[in-house]
Design a protein around this ligand. Structure first.
Ligand SMILES: O=P(O)(O)O[C@@H]1C[C@H](O)[C@@H](CO)O1
Length: 291
């Protein structure tokens, strides 16, 4: 018996089987595009793409800057699947729905998940437009009991009590740094801790100060649930935050943040991000498959 929000193994399998019947691509890498970062999919060669509304069982995107398309294709000869648009808890999706695609990817044969997001910075040394390689995360909704793994555990995906240490793969982080160096962009590349909050409001000044004191480098409204579910089912994870704004921490500061500004900054860094992700996938050690 499953509650209304729970999704059975058969539900994930039905969606995976449908996708496998519609495309010859057999991806080993999945990429989730954050707000305004959908252009990452444009680098894929030999594309097959599907609107979320045409995929059985798939949730729908409702946020501007999240196109709502699943794109299969190749990056440097490696087969990938790319979500142009993710799902957020604040849209009203359950966390099982938010992370639904990740388990479908597992059933497609995906072994590595690349997550990207737009985020506000708390770290004083960060600037707008910086790229932060995610070293670790704080999952505030998770700490409060909002977890996509709540409910009966599906042992076919992973264990009841998964560890969360060392989830962001060390080798991929190092590889990303090396690539940034050779691209000549190290001056705006950081490594830090991402914190997920529920949204959809941006942080109050007191909340921003709290996050800063907790050692958070960047804050956003996504990523942790997808990473959790990917890691639970044994995927290797790499994450990037694009710093789209500095979170206001002072009562003297009259600046405010808005989603349009977030999308503007995403656009500004699109080329570098596309190049970084393409190189990273190209240099990953994965065996490609074809149908
Ligand atoms: O999907 P991501 O996490 O990139 O989106 C961020 C968080 C909110 O959805 C939105 C705020 O501008 O951007």
């Amino acid at each position: 018996m499953h509650s209304k929000d729970q999704i059975s193994h058969d539900d994930y399998q039905t969606t995976a089987d449908w996708l496998l019947s519609q495309t010859q691509h057999r991806p080993k890498v999945a990429i989730i595009c954050g707000s305004g970062l959908g252009m990452l999919a444009e680098a894929l060669q030999c594309q097959d793409s599907f609107k979320y509304s045409d995929i059985p069982g798939f949730p729908q995107s409702t946020v501007q800057g999240h196109a709502g398309r699943l794109v299969f294709g190749e990056l440097r000869g490696k087969t990938c699947v790319c979500m142009q648009g993710r799902f957020h808890m604040y849209e009203g999706h359950s966390l099982c729905k938010v992370t639904f695609p990740v388990r479908v990817f597992k059933l497609l044969g995906v072994e590595t998940l690349i997550v990207t997001n737009a985020a506000g910075s708390l770290a004083d040394s960060y600037q707008c437009g910086d790229i932060m390689i995610i070293r670790d995360h704080i999952n505030f909704p998770g700490l409060a009991g909002l977890n996509p793994l709540n409910g009966p555990n599906d042992d076919k995906f992973g264990p009841r009590f998964p560890p969360m240490s060392g989830v962001y793969d060390k080798d991929l982080r190092k590889l990303a740094f090396d690539i940034c160096k050779s691209m000549g962009v190290s001056q705006y590349v950081q490594e830090g801790v991402y914190c997920m909050v529920g949204g959809p409001n941006f942080e109050s000044i007191a909340e921003a100060r709290l996050l800063h004191r907790l050692g958070v480098d960047a804050v956003g409204m996504s990523t942790a649930p997808e990473v959790l579910v990917a890691s639970h089912c044994g995927m290797r994870v790499f994450g990037l935050s694009l710093i789209t704004n500095k979170v206001v921490k002072s009562y003297q500061d009259s600046e405010t943040v808005n989603h349009e500004a977030v999308l503007e900054v995403s656009k500004m860094r699109s080329e570098s991000l596309q190049k970084l992700v393409t190189e990273l996938v190209g240099r990953m050690d994965i065996n490609n498959n074809t149908a």
